[in-house]
Ligand binder design. Structure first.
Ligand code: GLA
Length: 383
C-alpha cells in the first residue's frame, strides 16, 4: 500500500489496514461510445490510479474516508445511493451492495480509506478504478475470489445500477485487464478481452482541458438513448441486428431517411468507430503508426461532427496537437463533453513541446490545461 494511504488509514482509524488494493485509471485509445453498442474498443490502463485500504470492524457499520475529507458513516444493512457532497461514496457502497447480492457473506462492517494519484475530472475514469480497488479489497476482507471478468462486471453493475450511469464495460474492463506497455482490446459483443504490446518508442500524453460540461452525466445518458432509438428504427428493416455494431455502412445509408439527420449521425459514429478500431488493429500489426494516428484523428472528427460529444476546448487542443511534429494522432478520450484529449506520439515529443501546446490552449481558451505524460501499466491488483 502507498505510504499515503497507510498514513490516512492510521490517522482516521488509529489502526493499520488489514488489506489493500490498487486499480488503475484508463485511457480510451479508440472506440468511442462503442462499448454499450456491442462494439470494439481499445484502451490502456495507466500507471496512475486509486488505492484502497480496508479492515474489519466489530459492528455492522461502514466508515469511509478519502484524502482531505471527513469520515462518512453508514450501516451495512441500509445500502442506498446518496446525493450531495457524499455522492462519491456511491462507488464503494454500490460495489458492497453488488457483492452482497452475489452472496458474499459480510458478517461485520469495515473501515475504508482511499487515496488517488489520478487527476480529478480528467476523464481517466477514477470511478471505475475506485470500484475495482474496492471490490478487490472487499474480496480480500470477506474471502471472495473472482477473475478479471467477474471483477469488471462487479464494477459495471455498481455503476449501472447503484450510481445510475448507463456506461459500458470499457473503463472497468481496461482497469481489470491492463498490462505494462500494452493496449487492452475488448469485443463488447462477446465480452472477450485481449492485450497487444504497444509499439516501441510510442508514448501517451493526456491534456486535460479542465473544462467540464455542467450536465456531463445527462449528456452521456442522452447519447445512450439516441443510440438505442436509432437501433430501434434500423431493426424495423434489419430485425436480425441486436446492436448498432451489427449494422453495416450500406444498411445505415439506405436508412438515412427513416433515421433523420441526428440519429443517422449518431449511428454513423458508432459504425465508423468500429471500422476505425479494426483499422487501428491492422495498422498496429503492420507497424504503420501513421495509419494508427490517422484513425485517431478521424475518430475525433466524428465525435465533433457526428456524435457531438466534443466541446470547443477539446477541438482547440486536438487541432493544436495534430499540427505538432513527432505526433501520430490526437482525439478526445472517454465520454467527452469536456475532459481530456489523448495524444499518441513518438519519444521525441517532449515536455517543452507539451507545455507550448498547453500555453497556446490557454491563450485561446482562457483555461490552463493540465499535462500528464503517462504509461500503460498493470491492471487492478491486491497489494
Ligand atoms: C465513459 C464510459 C464508458 C464509455 C466511454 C465512451 O468513459 O464510462 O463506458 O462508454 O465513456 O467510449
Amino acid at each position: 500500500m502507498s505510504n499515503h494511504t497507510q498514513a490516512l488509514f492510521k490517522s482516521a482509524y488509529q489502526q493499520d489496514a488489514e488489506h489493500a488494493a490498487f486499480a488503475p485509471g484508463r485511457i480510451e485509445f479508440i472506440g468511442n461510445h462503442t462499448d454499450y453498442n456491442g462494439g470494439l474498443v481499445m484502451g490502456a490502463a495507466v500507471i496512475e490510479g486509486i488505492t484502497v485500504g480496508i479492515s474489519r470492524r466489530d459492528d455492522r457499520e461502514i466508515h469511509i474516508i478519502s484524502d482531505g475529507g471527513q469520515v462518512v458513516a453508514l450501516n451495512l444493512d441500509a445500502l442506498n445511493p446518496t446525493q450531495g457532497p457524499s455522492a462519491w461514496t456511491n462507488y464503494p457502497i454500490g460495489v458492497t451492495k453488488v457483492m452482497r447480492d452475489l452472496g458474499v457473506s459480510m458478517p461485520v462492517g469495515y473501515n475504508l480509506a482511499v487515496t488517488s494519484t489520478l487527476p480529478a475530472g480528467a476523464g481517466m475514469s477514477s470511478s471505475a478504478a475506485f470500484e475495482l480497488a474496492t471490490a478487490l479489497a472487499l474480496g480480500a476482507l470477506y474471502s471472495y475470489e473472482t477473475d478479471k471478468v467477474g471483477l469488471a462486471h462487479i464494477g459495471k453493475k455498481a455503476e449501472n445500477e447503484f450510481v445510475g450511469m448507463p456506461c459500458g464495460i470499457l473503463d472497468q474492463g481496461v482497469s481489470a485487464f491492463g498490462e505494462v506497455d500494452s493496449l487492452v482490446s475488448i469485443d463488447c459483443a462477446t465480452v472477450v478481452f485481449g492485450t497487444t504490446r504497444m509499439p516501441e518508442d510510442t508514448h501517451f500524453w493526456i491534456f486535460n482541458s479542465n473544462k467540464k460540461h455542467a450536465l456531463v452525466d445527462s449528456a452521456y445518458a442522452d447519447r445512450h438513448k439516441e443510440c438505442h432509438d436509432a437501433l430501434a428504427i434500423l431493426q424495423k428493416t434489419y430485425p436480425e441486428a441486436k446492436t448498432l455494431s451489427e449494422i453495416s455502412q450500406e444498411q445505415l445509408d439506405s436508412s438515412k431517411e427513416a433515421l433523420g439527420d441526428l440519429l443517422y449521425r449518431r449511428a454513423a459514429h458508432i459504425v465508423g468507430e468500429n471500422d476505425r478500431v479494426r483499422a487501428v488493429k491492422a495498422a498496429l500489426a503492420a507497424g504503420d503508426l501513421q495509419a494508427v494516428g490517422d484513425a485517431l484523428n478521424a475518430s475525433h472528427e466524428s465525435s465533433r461532427v457526428n456524435f457531438e460529444n466534443s466541446v470547443e476546448q477539446l477541438n482547440v487542443l486536438t487541432n493544436l496537437l495534430m499540427q505538432q511534429p513527432h505526433m501520430y494522432g490526437a482525439r478526445l478520450t472517454g465520454g467527452g463533453f469536456g475532459g481530456a484529449v489523448m495524444a499518441f506520439t513518438n519519444s521525441e515529443f517532449g515536455d517543452e513541446q507539451a507545455q507550448a501546446v498547453a500555453a497556446a490552449y490557454e491563450a485561446k481558451c482562457g483555461i490552463a490545461a493540465t499535462v500528464i505524460h503517462t504509461r500503460a501499466g498493470h491492471g487492478a491488483r491486491v497489494l
